[in-house]
Design a protein around this ligand. Sequence first.
Ligand code: KIV
Length: 278
Amino acid sequence: MEKIKISISDILRLKGKRKITMLTAYDYPLASLVDKAGIDIILVGDSLANVVLGLDSTTKVGMFEMLHHSKSVTRAVKSALVVGDMPYDSYQVNTEESVANAQRFIKEAGCDAIKLEWFDKCLEVTEKITKAGIPVMGHIGLTPQTADKIGGFKVQGKDAQAAKRLIGQAEALEGLGCFAIVLECVPDKIAKLITEKLKIPAIGIGAGINCDGQVLVIHDLLGLFERYTPKFVKRYANISVEISRAIQNYRDEVMEGKFPGPQHSFTIKEEELKKLEE
Ligand code: KIV
């Protein structure tokens, strides 16, 4: 049966009806599996930098890498809404290029929407992008691209003043037309408060159970990224162990002359071989 593509209106309608599911994916094989599993939103996150490219900061990926990976995801996806994550340079450094860069995610990579993180000019940039007709997902709380400015990779909104700031940011982004907001590393009760105040969905990561939906980095969920694991991650599998076992078996069988077997080899007729020998 033909899969029906999830739209922004579908995501908006889900608020208060059922939880929204979101996962990252960065390539064709994993995006296909995530899509087939019925996940609502696939984020081509700039976490690509850490979990795929081996970089130590998300600020180190640019438009080239993000578009390259977004294209491989949209080629695979039939149903999920695909959100391209704007890399740091594309809107925080080059604010004047932000609309053109957002357009590239939609036109060149085939994404349905973009996501950007909170920063000092976030409202100005968000307004320009939404006014250009591009659906925007906001991202507040722990914003890895500006972690150095918010005291590091720490829970945000832990005192009344900081929590009030987060509520203000969420409401302002909703006011500018964002269709959803990611809340990262926020105390569960503050996330609940924000979720209840907003008409648009709040998607949590390290923000407790009361958000409208949840997002995780797929490599964390699968146990495919071993450098560090944040407290909010639940590992649903340990794929690294499986992969290591398969590679070891391959290595052993090649060295022992057991692979390839006849079933993996191609033959030539004896008469042809004879002709060659003559
Ligand atoms: O880049 C990313 O993977 C993200 C999620 C953690 C929300 O921004």
